[in-house]
Design a protein around this ligand. Structure first.
Ligand SMILES: Cc1ncc(COP(=O)(O)O)c(C=O)c1O
Ligand SMILES: [Zn+2]
Length: 427
């Protein structure tokens, strides 16, 4: 693989800086992002070339910010895109899909993708410690992939993250620091530490590299739709990085001639929890700036009150003709239940937010029910099981006796029949 990475382009003044571990332009302090020699790639990176490679995120390596072959090459990505006919029927959409990143390798969230890129960049630059500030999933991915690569991991999380996310960071041997404060406090601390120590903080000094990993979600969606772009995507937002990179991925595929559709026509839609919706509220009210919020929601993976990529996410949504919506804790729990009971996919709270926000966008007429729409499910329900501990099908406790089974089963069957009859009456 030869590298097509040109450097890091400033999103403020447009200067191209050498590719180095930094997240901001030293002249105007705007964020920087990798840029590539797209003209050299045109005609070279074709559908046939891409399809001939192993089915994981590394098949798009030319569009990732590495200068060499990835040293830590795990089969990350390549997750299913499934037709969600049942959920579509329930919500009045006729071409609905789910990109299921809740089963990503190795830690069951889309964060495996971003860490894969940041880790390989860190190895290229000779770092021996991988670190992050995280709402939970990122910490899991950093801990697992650092373990496999044989380097140290130090992860920083808010003190109140879910038990499963804490356990799933500790088991890999990472040093886990629980910080008494919210994510924004964790992130400020990490920024200070990154100035003191030569550590690769995947979402601080390696943020430009990390963020590019999210583009592979979009490449895969297009490829799995038969090299077509969807009419709309609905994406959960925390820092606001994933949503912007999905849009970038579609533009790149169109520019390279790999898809024929116009990338500007994909409606980019964002989803947040009502208890932390700084980006969605900026979109709703048409404001360019983001007003930071103090989070209060069970959707802990999305609780970033002051999102680093917030203004870019809001702009991507607006420019695309898309929309944003937010869901209360009750609505997101119902979203998790609905997705699980219609499609057999158990998503974490962020997935419940995505389904509930989609439902609202449908009700507002913001999404065309006949154009393919993709819900991006980014994390696994087993990590936030406590959120739905009291939801779902009934559980019976019985002695090991046939009579007892018959008794409770007959009771539940007659109850189900009554419910069905009631539903039919309403319909
Ligand atoms: C499950 C899940 N979905 C979505 C997101 C949002 O990603 P971003 O911060 O890129 O907006 C996160 C971030 O932590 C997450 O954990
Ligand atoms: Zn600049």
């Amino acid at each position: 693989m030869s590298s097509y990475l040109l450097g890091l382009e400033c999103r403020g003044c447009g200067r191209v800086l050498p590719a180095e571990p930094t997240s901001i332009c030293d002249e105007c302090y705007s964020p920087v992002e990798p840029c590539y020699d797209y003209n050299a790639l045109r005609g070279k990176l074709t559908r046939e070339v891409l399809q001939s490679r192993p089915r994981d995120m590394w098949r798009y390596a030319e569009l990732l910010p590495l200068r060499r072959e990835p040293q830590a090459r795990l089969p990350v990505g390549g997750t299913p895109l499934i037709e969600a006919r049942n959920l579509g029927r329930a919500l009045g959409h006729r071409a609905l899909y789910i990109k299921n990143d809740s089963m990503n390798y190795p830690t069951l969230s889309f964060k495996d993708r971003v860490v894969s890129v940041a880790l390989n960049a860190a190895l290229e630059f000779g770092y021996d410690t991988l670190a992050c500030s995280s709402t939970g999933n990122l910490a899991n991915a950093v801990a697992a992939q650092a373990a496999r690569a044989g380097i140290k991991a130090v992860v920083f999380v808010p003190a109140d993250i879910e038990d499963a996310k804490l356990t799933a960071s500790r088991i890999y041997g990472a040093t886990v620091i629980r910080v008494q404060g919210n994510y924004d406090a964790v992130n400020r601390l990490c920024t200070q530490i990154s100035q003191e120590r030569r550590w690769a903080f995947v979402n601080v000094n390696f943020r430009p590299f990390y963020a590019e990993g999210s583009k592979t979600v979009g490449y895969e969606i297009a490829e799995q739709l038969g090299w077509k772009l969807p009419g709309a995507v609905v994406v959960p937002m925390a820092g606001g990085s994933l949503i912007g990179r999905i849009r970038k991925s579609f533009s790149e595929l169109a520019y390279l001639g790999i898809v024929e559709d116009d990338a500007r026509e994909v409606r980019i839609c964002g989803a947040q929890a009502s208890g932390c919706a700084p980006i969605a509220r900026a979109v709703e009210t048409g404001r360019a700036e983001i007003t930071p919020e103090r989070p209060d929601t069970i959707a802990r993976s999305l609780v970033i009150g002051n999102p680093a990529d917030g203004p870019f996410a809001a702009r991507a949504i607006r420019e695309s003709g898309g929309s944003a919506a937010h869901a209360t804790d009750e609505e997101l729990i119902e979203g998790i239940r609905l997705l699980a009971s219609t499609e057999g996919i158990f998503a974490e709270t962020a997935g419940g937010v995505t389904v509930a926000a989609f439902q609202k966008l449908m009700a507002q007429g913001a999404i065309d029910p006949d154009q393919p729409a993709v819900l991006v499910i980014t994390g696994n329900g087993l990590k936030t099981a406590e959120a739905v501990a009291n939801v779902g099908g009934e559980v019976f406790l019985i002695p090991p006796k046939l009579r007892e089974f018959d008794r409770v089963y007959a009771g539940s069957a007659s109850q189900a029949a009554q419910e069905q009859a009631a539903q039919e009456l309403v319909a």
